[in-house]
Design a protein around this ligand. Structure first.
Ligand code: NHR
Ligand code: GAR
Length: 212
């Protein structure tokens, strides 16, 4: 059975979606950079090993990342999953996990990298928004894309209503991506591109606000 380690910083709803899905892998640990992340309690309640590596205990990003990697590697993971993890990672860290580190990002990348994605999408007036699961590379939020889900932006949306609509989709596509990787149906090839065994598309088009 493949082993995964999940990194969180807060609420942990994506982590919970992974724990609830019947995935073909063992969640060896959930690690947070914040001691008060509510996701830690959710993991503990499900009997998953938890740990905290606080970035505040380290003088530099290099020192924090080295300590984080040491904690992760104790669990010998095949895959490391960023589920709302909010610290930018150094190139050394990212390269150590090349091909076995993925992130969920709340936008249709390459649009809206970084933070406050829903606010910026609303500001721009885009009609379609969504989320992306990608392999993590040193180039922030620009790693090879595994799967995306698109949602319509509604008139009168606030960052809260829009993020809730996106989050529902996050909880669907994230377990799928982890399942594909654990089953060997998706991988990062030597050219740094995503290879997949699943070629067919379900063929639905999202047009927003929709045709008459
Ligand atoms: N690290 C690398 N090298 N590459 C990526 O693609 C990464 C990454 C680390 C995290 C998640 C990411 C996202 O999905 C992620 C992808 C935090 C920030 C950020 O600015 C940016 C992107 C992401 C996560 N963090 C601030 C920092 O100084 C802190 C912000 C805060 O604590 O609220 O690290 O968007
Ligand atoms: C999710 O929407 C995730 O996509 C986003 O933070 C939220 C975490 O929620 N990630 C980022 O913004 C990364 N910069 P969760 O803790 O309930 O999964």
């Amino acid at each position: 059975m493949k082993r995964i380690v999940i990194l969180i910083s807060g609420r942990g709803s994506n982590m919970e979606a992974l724990l609830k899905a019947k995935l073909p892998c063992e969640v060896a640990a959930v690690i947070s950079n914040k001691a008060d992340a509510t996701g830690l309690e959710i993991a503990r309640a499900r009997g998953v090993h938890t740990a905290v590596v606080s970035h505040k205990d380290f003088a530099s990003r290099d020192d924090f990342d080295a300590a984080l990697a040491k904690e992760i590697d104790r669990h010998r993971p095949d895959l490391v999953v960023l589920a709302g993890f909010m610290r930018i990672l150094t190139a050394d860290f990212v390269n150590h996990y090349a091909g076995r580190l993925i992130n969920i990002h709340p936008s249709l990348l390459p649009a809206y990298t970084g933070v406050n994605t829903h606010e910026r999408a609303l500001q721009d007036g885009v009609k379609i928004h969504g989320c992306t699961i990608h392999f993590v590379t040193a180039d922030l939020d620009h790693g090879p894309i595994i799967i995306q889900a698109a949602v319509p932006v509604h008139q009168g949306d606030t960052p809260q209503t829009l993020s809730a609509r996106v989050l529902r989709e996050e909880h669907r596509v994230f377990p799928q991506a982890v399942r594909w990787i654990c089953n060997g149906n998706v991988r990062l090839n030597a050219q740094g591109r995503v290879e997949t065994d699943r070629m067919e598309q379900s063929g639905t088009t999202l047009i927003s606000p929709g045709l008459e």
